[in-house]
Design a binder for this molecule. Sequence first.
Ligand SMILES: *Cc1c(COP(=O)(O)O)cnc(C)c1O
Length: 246
Amino acid sequence: MTSSSPASASPSTDPAAISDRLAVVRARIAEACRDVGRDPETVVLTAVSKTQPPEAIAAMRAAGQRVFGENRVREAQGRWAEGLYGRPGGAELELRLIGPLQTNKTEDAVALFDVIETLDREKLARTLAEAAAKRGRSPRLLIQVNTGAEPQKAGVLPDAAEALIATAQKTYGLTVEGLMCIPPADEPPEPHFRLLARLAEDNGLSVLSMGMSGDYETAIRCGATHVRVGTALFGERKPSETVSRP
Ligand SMILES: *Cc1c(COP(=O)(O)O)cnc(C)c1O
């Protein structure tokens, strides 16, 4: 008796659909790279797995995806630290924190993530340095820049980015490898991507995490080295989870 449909029938967890969407996104990344004469190998695709069910993540891994992004420390701990998928930081998996980090969760974040993209204030630089020393583990860091100076959004203001980069590196000995931004939802993203690229260049940083499902090709044409794609890979999230809030 087979009265219920298999779990794989759901669009967000069906392995064939996930594999197809991954292929489409990879092809579009390659095309955007060709447009501007870049090697597609210079762009890393981060699959944003926040709120996704374990079957969807397992299917994405089975399709060959190795870099994942999560925006909440607790949620990421639940699904990535329990050993179900193998420990991040192992040979073949990279886990990136792309959501705001509270100082009381810094130690947990340092223990779990390979890269933290959301360093945005001196106090967090200090606690990250302390946590790294305590845990003997130093995730690579990006500084999040609030390119649109939106009051509700995390990130250092563009004018203060240079000082924070210097403080993180010189005062706290942190390895800052680049910058990250989330442009305002209601504006064309390109000026924001260009601003972030210029800030990175001015400060000798090589990594640029910018571009999401709606604008990753534009971001690549502006120099993105890392694009963070959720919906275009996994399908729609629940409406309340579509926006990353501080
Ligand atoms: C959710 C999220 C993404 C992915 O957004 P999509 O539009 O679903 O691709 C990228 N970056 C951050 C910081 C996010 O919170």
